[in-house]
Design a protein around this ligand. Structure first.
Ligand code: C5P
Length: 297
């Protein structure tokens, strides 16, 4: 049995995010492309001889109780598989919270994947995916990582075999945005048509002007109205040489794509005073769901 396991919990950005309609259940149907980054949290899991599920968070003021999605993920998975064993978790937090980078969701997905191995259980993949969606709309994506087009709440996923060549500069001015409030501010009435984001992204790899013409984030107008400094950051990213810039998720992180790593590093120097990271897209999550698929077949 595995005693200790360390997993990456990568951050994501949304390369286009369209809010198609408000549903009767209060959620919204989305059309988006998620892409994991080579930057994120690290989760260490260890077996315990008692029945306790414990969580230690390093690097952020994040609760270690049920308010932490990773703790809820471990407890729900334990119920699902009928385990009674304990689990020790240490989360090294690097992804800012309430930032549109999926940090909490990624941590939860990493726990779902890793805890199964610690406990030596093989839950069927559809049940793990269902549990992931119950934990949050973005969690199912993080079970696979890479680049994926998503519909529904975010759980109807289609992986895209695209190698995204750009360097990514993330800028976060420390504004926390609550997702439900952002949806309310958008106030989607009726229905909006869905674009073919996968085709636009593939074409944008050859010609970045296609990205600028095709990928939007429907949260931007409402969020920028309340936080004009975010719109200014987006403009600054273009001025600093980004070939494309967009807000991620419901904000407040703005990211810029650069063709050269040095250009992104140079641009980063202009945003001193803000939290920033230069990174790349991560082709796949190293804690990929493939191993769970293998075990469930
Ligand atoms: O699923 P998650 O917990 O991330 O969602 C937080 C809130 O964001 C939901 O309660 C809902 O108000 C809103 N949401 C939505 N449509 C989605 C995802 C989230 O309306 N597709």
């Amino acid at each position: 049995m595995i005693q200790r396991l360390e997993l990456p919990a990568p951050a994501k950005v949304n390369l286009g995010l369209e809010i198609l309609r408000r549903r009767d259940d209060g959620f919204h149907d989305l059309n988006t492309v998620f892409a994991t980054l080579d930057f994120g949290d690290t989760i260490a899991l260890s077996s315990r001889s008692d029945h306790a599920i414990t969580c230690q968070v390093v690097g952020a003021d994040l609760p270690a109780d049920d308010a932490n999605l990773a703790v809820r993920a471990a407890k729900r998975l334990r119920e699902l598989v009928g385990e009674s064993a304990g689990l020790g978790m240490t989360i090294e937090k690097r992804i800012p919270m309430g930032a549109g980078l999926g940090g909490g969701s990624s941590d939860a997905a990493a726990v779902l994947m890793g805890a199964s191995r610690i406990w030596g259980v093989e839950p069927p993949l559809p049940l793990v995916e269902q549990l992931a969606l119950e934990l949050g709309s973005d969690v199912p994506f993080f079970l696979r990582g890479g680049v994926a087009r998503a519909g529904g709440r975010g759980e109807q996923l289609e992986s895209l075999a695209l190698r995204l060549p750009w360097t990514v500069l993330l800028i976060n001015p420390g504004i926390h945005i609550a997702t439900p409030a952002a949806f309310a501010a958008v106030g989607r009435q009726g229905e909006r048509p869905a674009s073919d984001l996968a085709t636009a992204l593939a074409a944008g790899i050859e010609d970045p002007s296609i990205l600028r013409g095709s990928l939007v984030n429907d949260f931007e107008a409402a969020v920028f109205e309340r936080h004009p400094e975010l719109e200014a950051l987006k403009r600054d990213l273009y001025e600093a040489g980004a070939i494309f810039a967009l807000m991620s998720g419901s904000g407040a992180t703005i990211f810029g794509l650069f063709e050269a790593h040095e250009a992104a590093e140079r641009a980063r120097a202009r945003f001193a005073g803000h939290w920033s990271v230069v990174t790349r897209f991560r082709a796949y999550s190293s804690a990929s769901i493939d191993s769970i698929i293998e075990r469930s077949e």
